[in-house]
Design a protein around this ligand. Structure first.
Ligand SMILES: Nc1ncnc2c1ncn2[C@@H]1O[C@H](COP(=O)(O)OP(=O)(O)OP(=O)(O)O)[C@@H](O)[C@H]1O
Ligand SMILES: [Mg+2]
Length: 693
């Protein structure tokens, strides 16, 4: 069935929201990140309570200062009174309406008030210190928890996103989201948010206290607040997209870094270091430019805020001074007022800083949730059932398929049945759709037309995990993980016993070379298997698939970087292993093809021919051509290992010249394998490949 026009736009719509596009973040997404604090309710509550207590302690200080100043000035009055001549004292007492006793009591009261106020200030300072420690510690801790949760949510989503998503998105970009973007959101939640609440509380309470102290003076500074607010909104709105761009450029830089480091050998082999350095340089320059752009905007913000604050202070100095001259304001009140005034301006400045953090966090939160919300193209459909243990019949029923955004179908109208236990060799020119064909079976991609049945189940009706658990697969590109060789063989079945692991490795002709390493199965594997030869990696990958003892086995090009001798060994083992399993093998070796029960020849995504070798030699011109041009060269070395020693070990002409550059590992290692084989012409000598490299 061809791709219907109704389906095409639908497919095009889905999954569009990849990291490729930068949209503006919004408060909504940041709010969603903040709600993760709900998992750390206690810590968060404590942090905020501690913040309020330390705030109250802070607010008490100016009041104490007023007490001190008033006490001190009262004491000074008494001292002057005492120094005055007796006649003058009488006049003062009459005028002030106080008795001599009262005056003396005032003097000692001033002393006591001074002591108390000093003690209180000390106490408040200690309380403020303790509680602000608690506030910082607990909010940092809860924000670390949020970061932890966000990273996990993000990672598990990325892990599950289908092949098509990863085809479109760069690893480097995804990495920045799981690291740097999460950190930006965390910093805001841990510091910015709390500081924002603190700043607003401080601002409001300081304003109230100012009003109670002297409402007339307070009126002079009120107009400043809306001005500051408008400025914040303005800066917030222009800087937030700037931060989005910073993160995008950081992602781009990271992508280049990751790609070049991963391909460092290709870069050096082609002497492209200067170009790689220039490319990195450009990208780092782009990032720097954007950062400087942001810095320029923020260098405006702070002076503007401070200018406004200074204007307010000026007004208060002027009008407060006039009130003092007029005698309506005491020096203690005036001091208190100035201090509370600082408490108004300080949070305004602080909010400027928080706006910057918030804009960054908004941009980052958007980037995080963009991935979290991406619709996965391959998901368990509602009501999907676990696939029961299968016989292994695989049926393609008019299957069509096209990759995202590519309207040309890669597979068209494929109908094919593999009966349980059959070995199917899939042949075809490069790009004819062999890998795509086998990718349909474990649902790495979903068919765009027709259906695919395993036994009697449409693969889309069963759960993905249960389907994949019954399929062993060796992909075209071998990937090993950091860990030991044992870990890598047991990747799909960590609970496997040593016996099972050894058996799988033996079957994949990997056991002997593993045992030849000093550490055997405990040999550590370098990053992406860099310490192994191409052929060794492939055999580990085959062992990994065999360990699952799957009903359905898929080998994509799995023997291409193995020399002829080793391939024969593997082939024999595989023949035994494939017995009773349905196997799909994509290989360029004649031995594989001759051993297959059926051969499926693909041509430009269509079934060109199906049959056995003998049938196809007669009926299919395409097969005959492939046989002559691709397979015939190693036609001789089939069953007898003894013969192998005298055979030219040239693997088949590699089909994809283009790929030789990309997966340099494979081509150079295949060459290494040849060299090694020349040196030691014995079957199974490929174990020495690693050493020969
Ligand atoms: N992830 C992808 N996204 C888009 N197009 C793809 C993707 N993978 C393969 N294609 C295209 O689909 C077509 C079939 O590719 P496929 O990998 O199935 O070929 P193949 O027969 O396995 O080739 P080879 O023998 O080189 O491995 C090619 O034209 C290729 O460009
Ligand atoms: Mg392929």
């Amino acid at each position: 069935m061809a791709l219907s026009s109704a389906q095409a736009p639908d497919r095009a719509q889905r999954g569009r929201s990849g990291p490729g596009r930068e949209r503006k973040g919004s408060m909504k997404e940041l709010g969603r990140a903040i709600r993760y604090l709900g998992h750390y309710r206690k810590l968060t509550t404590y942090a905020y309570v501690a913040m309020v207590i330390s705030l109250v302690a802070q607010l008490m200080v100016p009041q104490m200062l007023q007490n001190i100043l008033d006490a001190v000035s009262r004491g000074m009055v008494v001292q002057q009174f005492n120094a005055a001549p007796a006649a003058a004292q009488q006049v003062i007492l009459q005028q002030s309406g106080m008795t001599l006793e009262q005056m003396e009591a005032g003097a000692s009261g001033a002393q006591t008030a001074l002591y108390w106020a000093i003690a209180a200030i000390l106490l408040f300072a200690v309380a403020r210190g303790l509680f602000s420690f608690a506030q910082t510690y607990m909010s940092e801790a809860s924000s670390q928890g949020v970061a932890f949760d966000l990273r996990n949510v993000l990672f598990s989503k990325i892990q599950r996103l289908s092949f098509s998503y990863h085809d479109r998105n760069r690893t480097g970009q995804l990495m920045i989201r799981a690291t740097d973007d999460v950190e930006k959101v965390r910093v805001f939640i841990g510091q910015g948010l709390l500081l924002a609440v603190q700043a607003v509380l401080l601002l409001v309470s300081a304003l109230l206290l100012l009003t109670f102290t002297n409402w007339r003076l307070t009126l002079y500074i009120l107009p400043i607040l809306p001005i500051a607010f408008v400025i914040f909104l303005f800066f917030g709105s222009i800087t937030q997209p700037l931060f989005g761009k910073v993160q995008a450029r950081l992602s781009a830089l990271n992508t280049i870094l990751q790609e070049t480091l991963q391909g460092i050998k290709v870069v050096q082999a082609f002497a492209r270091e200067p170009q790689a350095i220039a490319r990195f340089d450009r990208s780092a320059g782009d990032l720097m430019e954007q950062q400087i752009r942001v810095a320029r905007v923020f260098s405006f913000l702070f002076p503007v805020i401070f200018m406004i604050a200074t204007l307010g202070q000026d007004a208060v100095l002027y009008f407060g001074g006039r009130q003092m001259i007029a005698g309506t304001l005491t020096i203690g009140e005036w001091q208190k007022f100035s201090l509370y005034l600082v408490y108004v301006f300080f949070p305004i400045g602080q909010l400027g800083f928080i706006i910057s953090q918030m804009s960054q966090a908004q941009a980052s939160a958007h980037r995080i949730f963009e991935i979290v919300d991406t619709e996965n193209e391959v998901v368990n459909k509602p009501g999907a059932v676990p696939l029961p243990p299968v016989q292994g019949r695989v049926e393609f029923e008019n299957v069509s398929f096209s990759y995202f955004g590519n309207t040309d179908p890669v597979l068209s109208d494929i109908s094919f049945v593999a009966e349980p236990g059959q070995t199917v060799a899939v042949l075809g020119a490069t790009g004819s759709g062999k890998s795509s064909f086998i990718n349909m079976i474990p649902r790495f991609y979903d068919v765009t037309g027709g259906r695919l049945l395993v036994d009697t189940y449409d693969v889309r009706d069963v759960t993905i995990e249960s389907l994949r658990r019954q399929i062993g697969i060796v992909l075209q590109e071998t990937n090993l993980f950091t860990g030991t060789l044992r870990d890598n063989v047991a990747f799909g079945k960590p609970e496997a016993t040593d016996e099972e692991i050894f058996a799988a490795a033996r079957a994949a002709a990997a056991h002997d070379f593993i045992m030849s390493f000093p550490d055997g199965y405990d040999t550590a594997v370098g990053e992406r298997g860099s310490t192994l030869s191409g052929g060794q990696k492939q055999r580990i990958a085959i062992a990994r698939a065999l360990l699952l003892s799957p009903r359905i086995l898929i080998l994509d090009d799995s023997t291409s970087s193995v020399d002829v001798a080793t391939e024969a060994t593997i082939q024999k083992a595989l023949d035994k292993l494939m017995e009773g399993r349905t196997s799909f093998v994509i290989a360029q070796r004649i031995s594989t093809v001759l051993n297959a029960d059926r051969i499926l020849v693909l041509d430009k995504g269509r079934v060109a021919a199906v049959g056995t070798h003998e049938e196809l030699m007669e009926s299919s011109a395409i097969y005959a051509e492939i046989y002559r041009s691709q397979l015939v060269e190693d036609a001789a070395p089939q069953r007898d290992d003894a013969e192998l020693q005298f055979l030219p070990d040239a693997p088949l002409p590699r089909k994809h010249n283009g790929k030789a550059q990309v997966s340099s590992g494979t081509s150079t290692e295949a060459a290494g394998a040849r060299g090694a084989n020349d040196a030691t012409k014995t079957a199974g000598s490929a174990e020495t490949q690693g050493g020969a490299r």
